[in-house]
Design a protein. Structure first.
Length: 581
């Protein structure tokens, strides 16, 4: 990956994704309201504000696991900061900012003194779909995939040694966990980055200076030197494989990862204390996993790193990303990609205690006028009063609409208006950014932010690049707050997106709630529709195993028998029979 000369740590696309995650995934109102509920002792209310569903009944814990476990669980729930959890969760990245899918995040384990081999755990489950609703599920009990007591397989992030990522009582530990001593490497005390050639403070022997040297060696691809400077033994031997085509260069694997080499050993030792195992692996690269082992215990122990083929070293526990990855907040601050006041307040308090708030990303910005070249002049268009306004009369607008209806080409302000409400064509960059802000807030479930933008005048008919309007993405938001407003504005319940799906079709296929499905049906949404694959709603419900939508499937089959693709039902039947065998 290429880096900017003044951006020594983080590629541009990754920086953009992380910045959006910080700006939209945990808005300031969520932090403030969740904190208010938590401090009031209302842990359920804090979860609700942060978009977390509780899937267990704490009242039954004492009966099933004993009073000691129940007491420890209640104490943890009262200090659980769900907004902070959402802040630290791993992200998909690659141009996206949503939460990594199908992850189990273990927060704490509880022993009841009975010597059970597997402990009950307080744990989270992340969403199943990249672009689906970003709600999380909090559960208590056994964790699937626990291979031995306290050791989990791939897909599980073990945060027991990282309580600073969720426990409000331990957030101050983040500074030590990030390897920060008297100062933060590459940063001034206020969180602003030091210039690339700005000299470090006089004491060149401190931990920060050492971390700076290791990080810069890693950035420059000098992997062996970086590990040596960090006191980690490095084995550059390529992994052996029975597959003749498999080749991997270990140093390239390490150089491409956001590995926090300066604090790697301390993180491994904390995880070892929580799991009892001495071997860990990092499965972040598809070409090779990083194997970490503590060796030479008679001499105090030393961390050894190597790269192994994925699928091997199965006895090693997976090291959670929150332990091995460079702290995204510090990466963004070092690269000048995010102001320090955008930090979560609990993170800012740990990393930059001298910096005064308020903290948190700002709310939506009011729509700004955008200049458009129109008929040889420059005009301004702006979202106002629920539409994209331009300096043209209604008569001119009707004439352009008629021209388009007869196949004529339109340009200037009218072309921009059409692109905005159809999701086709090109928009000026500034206007595209305003549309993107709306749909990013939608993606992260920020209903208050979306309402604020609509109140500020953004067109309710706006569509994104996939031709999806607000009705199509309503399953990502609080539909009770938005649906009446959208229906009153006359939005089309049968509008099609890029997959020829109506809003109801999107809700069914992308994890929308049964309550929203019923609300759309009550509003008059048609059920005799098929998508681009010629699948009916009944077939989509079967495809995604939406047992909660059996009522809709039965209705479609009863009222519209034979609708949809013939081949799909035969293929699905064969697939289900194969799975049973």
């Amino acid at each position: 990956m290429r880096h900017r000369p003044d951006d020594p740590f983080i590629p541009a696309e990754e920086a953009s994704s992380l910045r959006r995650a910080r700006q939209y995934a945990v808005p300031r109102w969520m932090v403030e309201r969740a904190t208010e509920r938590r401090l009031a002792g209302d842990w359920r209310g804090a979860l609700a504000v942060a978009g977390v569903d509780a899937a267990f009944d704490p009242a039954r814990v004492a009966a099933e696991h004993g009073t000691a476990v129940a007491g420890a669980l209640v104490s943890d729930l009262q200090h659980l900061a769900p907004d902070l959890v959402r802040w630290h969760l791993p992200r998909v990245l690659g141009g996206r900012s949503t939460v990594s899918t199908d992850r189990t995040v273990v927060l704490a384990g509880y022993r009841d003194g009975a010597g059970l081999p597997l402990a009950p755990y307080l744990h989270l489950r992340t969403p199943p779909m990249v672009d689906g609703p970003q709600r999380l599920t909090l559960d208590f009990g056994a964790v699937p995939g626990e291979t031995s007591p306290g050791v989990f397989g791939s897909g599980t992030e073990d945060w027991r040694a990282a309580r600073y990522a969720w426990d409000a009582r331990r957030t101050g530990d983040l500074r030590a966990a990030a390897g920060i001593g008297d100062r933060i490497p590459f940063l001034h005390p206020d969180g602003t980055p030091r210039a690339p050639r700005e000299p470090a403070p006089p004491d060149r022997g401190d931990a920060a200076a050492r971390a700076e040297r290791v990080s810069l060696l890693h950035r420059d691809g000098r992997v062996a030197e970086a590990f040596a400077a960090a006191g980690v033994e490095w084995d550059p031997t390529p992994p052996e494989s029975d597959r003749s085509w498999y080749r991997v260069e270990p140093e390239k694997v390490i150089a491409s990862m956001a590995l926090d080499i300066p604090r790697l050993e301390s993180g491994v030792r904390r995880s070892m204390a929580a799991t009892g195992t001495e071997r860990f692996r990092i499965g972040a690269h598809w070409r090779g996993h990083v194997l970490l082992e503590l060796t030479g215990h008679s001499a105090g122990g030393r961390l050894r790193a190597s790269v192994v083929e994925p699928g091997t070293a199965t006895a090693a526990a997976f090291l959670p990303e929150v332990v091995w990855r460079r702290l995204p907040d510090l990466d963004l601050l070092r690269a000048g990609r995010m102001p320090a006041r955008w930090l979560h307040p609990l993170v800012a308090g740990a990393l930059l205690p001298a910096l005064e708030g308020p903290f948190g990303a700002p709310g939506p910005s009011a729509p700004r006028p955008v200049r458009v070249r129109c008929r040889g002049d420059w005009h301004e268009v702006v979202f106002r009063d629920g539409a994209l306004r331009s300096p043209h009369t209604e008569e001119e607008r009707n004439r352009e609409s008629a021209m388009r209806a007869f196949g004529g080409a339109v340009a200037g302000c009218f072309a921009v208006e059409h692109s905005c409400t159809s999701g086709t064509g090109r928009l000026p960059r500034a206007l595209r950014a305003q549309r993107q802000e709306l749909f990013l807030r939608v993606q992260h479930g920020d209903t208050p932010g979306v309402l604020e933008l609509l109140d500020a005048g953004v067109d309710l008919r706006v569509r994104d690049g996939r031709r999806r309007g607000l009705l199509h993405v309503l399953h990502l938001l609080d539909h009770e707050a938005l649906l009446p407003r959208l229906l009153a504005a006359g939005l089309d319940l049968e509008a099609l997106d890029h997959h020829d799906r109506t809003p109801l079709g999107v809700v069914v296929s992308e994890g929308g709630s049964a309550a929203l499905v019923r609300a759309l049906l009550d509003a008059g949404a048609r059920i005799d529709v098929i998508d681009q694959m010629e699948l009916s709603l009944a077939q989509v419900i079967r495809r995604y195993k939406r047992e909660d939508l059996g009522f809709l499937r039965e209705r479609v089959l009863a009222e519209h028998p034979g609708i949809g693709s013939d081949w799909y039902d035969e293929w699905q039947q064969q697939k289900e029979e194969d799975e049973e065998q």
